[in-house]
Ligand binder design. Structure first.
Ligand code: ZN
Length: 139
């Protein structure tokens, strides 16, 4: 368990860069949060801890995007190369929005809710920086 690292989105991204999917866990009621929260909204506990998730889950919802934001267009996505974004329900329970890889975004009807997925942390280039981002791929 990680006890000294503050629960912030910056530190969540630091863990992503280490290929680790981390959630926060309430020490009082045991609730898990992904993306991590620093305060439990159920019992107002502020002593949460980092826990690493298994990286397994299933596809809960998705959409295929062909009208893309500028930075996705710069990465080659668009009308002729759509990408899939969705909600994953992790095996541990929390749900998170992220990119979905290993599916055919040109054929949304081929993508099925409930498909088993596993974490697939990737990087995108922005200027001279590599920025990690969360994705899941078909298991
Ligand atoms: Zn709690």
């Amino acid at each position: 368990m990680e006890q000294k690292t503050l629960i912030t989105s910056t530190n969540f991204n630091v863990f992503l860069a280490q290929k680790r999917l981390m959630a926060s866990k309430c020490r009082k009621c045991g609730a898990l949060f992904l993306p991590p929260r620093a305060i439990c909204p159920t019992c107002w506990e502020s002593e949460l801890e980092w826990v690493e998730l298994s990286g397994k889950g299933k596809l809960a919802a998705f959409t295929c995007i062909s009208i893309t934001p500028t930075w996705m267009a710069a990465a080659g996505y668009g009308r002729n190369n759509p990408y899939c974004s969705g909600i994953i329900q992790t095996t541990e329970g929390p749900k998170i929005a992220c990119r979905i890889e290993g599916v055919d975004a040109r054929d949304p009807e081929s993508i099925k809710i409930g498909t088993l997925v596993e974490v697939d942390i990737r990087e995108r280039t922005q200027g001279d920086k590599k920025i990690p981002y969360l994705a899941f791929k078909v298991a």
